[in-house]
Design a protein around this ligand. Sequence first.
Ligand code: ADE
Length: 231
Amino acid sequence: MIGIIGAMECEIRGLVDIMSGVTCQKFASKSFYTGKIGSTECVVALSSEGKVNSAVCTQIMIDKYDPDFIINTGVAGGVGSGISIGDIVFAESVVQHDYDVSALGMEKGYVYGIDCIYGRTDEALTRELMEIAEGMSIGVHSGVVASGDQFISSREKKDFIRSTFGAKACEMEAAAIGHVCMLNGKPFAVIRAISDGSDDGAKVDFPVFAEAAAKTTIEILVKFLKKREQR
Ligand code: ADE
């Protein structure tokens, strides 16, 4: 079974809509849809936004469904240079940009429990997903994806996230999902489509572009699942 987590309805609906034999179970106010996409058993969950929601969702998914791996899908704000709205960013690693115990002498982003700053995504899985996106006519990037409990909409915060962590994109869940996956020894990958530039224009761009951006990630995931069926 493959696990997929998205925070917003538009980030997962396209997957649930094509599932056969779909059932929905609710735990901790989160919906878990199980069924088949093509011939692949999947559990697709709607976590809601933010690190706590997505962490709770990830732990429940692991405990109740034990997927082989978890893919976090959705939209993100562009942070790195040369990243445009509509592009796709795959996480090589994830970081919690708002986790800060530097007052205690640790580097910014250092997370207790996993005892590191950057959580590494599964390399082979990420490559497999990237190959699908590279076969489509869209901008594809890979690098650090930074998560925090903030919608980033200022040049100052965006610059902090890029200069401190070398991030290419920011959003609100990937590193929390990665954190829980690492605690459980579960491989994970992150695919994000850019809906805005994380700057002063983000408030305007996000509602305009989020849905179309989310559609692209769903397209990539469907192609990814189809390709896996053939091997
Ligand atoms: N998701 C999409 N755009 C975002 C932004 N600018 N900040 C945080 N999460 C996002």
